[in-house]
Ligand binder design. Structure first.
Ligand SMILES: C[S@@+](CC[C@H](N)C(=O)[O-])C[C@H]1O[C@@H](n2cnc3c(N)ncnc32)[C@H](O)[C@@H]1O
Length: 184
């Protein structure tokens, strides 16, 4: 399975926001969902996207979106604003689960389940040199980057992988990884 985990420092953990951007940069979560799960006219069945939201009022919150189960979604920002407001206020949506798992616990659980943990950083080893197969969890930070302590924790279970020396948007990184894995 191909999985992505976005650490969002400020993403709201409640539905009281005017726009995704004003919801502690939930627009970044939306952009990452789009790049992780959607192709042209279809969505990826073999991808799971996770975000750990650490903003107010009830952090942390773990959002898990499974491509195989996902239904009733479009790709525009407005419809995802509605979907995120619904799930963050406790309503259900097919393919989306919300729980209280914190970042470090999720890393530990995925590693114990046999997932290769790959921490995305422009300072890591070139992705081309990595053996990419089996279950993989790609971990990335938001617009500020991964907090140092969480990055160090994740690196106890995995390795730092780079897509080049330039710093890209989190969503671009997911798109690049998907493209890269699609070629294998
Ligand atoms: C917008 S960047 C964060 C920028 C932040 N100012 C920093 O210095 O980390 C968002 C995330 O994308 C990932 N990223 C950005 N550029 C990358 C690259 N060249 N290779 C691998 N991951 C990258 C990292 O996980 C980063 O935390």
């Amino acid at each position: 399975m191909r999985e992505f985990l976005l650490h969002s420092r400020t993403g709201y953990t409640g539905a009281n926001f005017k726009s995704l951007m004003m919801g502690g940069r939930l627009d970044i979560v939306y952009q990452c969902v789009l790049m992780a799960l959607f192709k042209s006219a279809a969505h990826r069945q073999d991808v799971v996207f996770h975000a750990i939201l650490n903003g107010p009022p009830n952090p942390p919150m773990h959002l898990e979106i499974s491509g195989a189960e996902l239904r009733d979604v479009r790709i525009d920002e407005r419809s995802w604003e509605k979907v995120l407001k619904n799930v963050l206020s406790g309503k259900s949506h097919p393919g989306i689960a919300v729980d209280k798992t914190p970042f470090q616990k999720l890393i530990k659980e995925k590693s114990a389940a046999g997932y290769k943990i790959l921490v995305l950083s422009n300072e890591g080893n070139e992705i081309n040199g990595e053996k990419l197969d089996g279950d993989m969890l790609f971990v990335l930070g938001d617009h500020v980057g991964l907090p140092k302590n969480d990055e160090s924790f994740a690196l106890r279970y995995g390795t730092k992988v780079s897509l080049g020396r330039e710093k890209y948007l989190a969503a671009s990184c997911i798109d690049i990884v998907n493209y890269h894995l699609d070629q294998i």
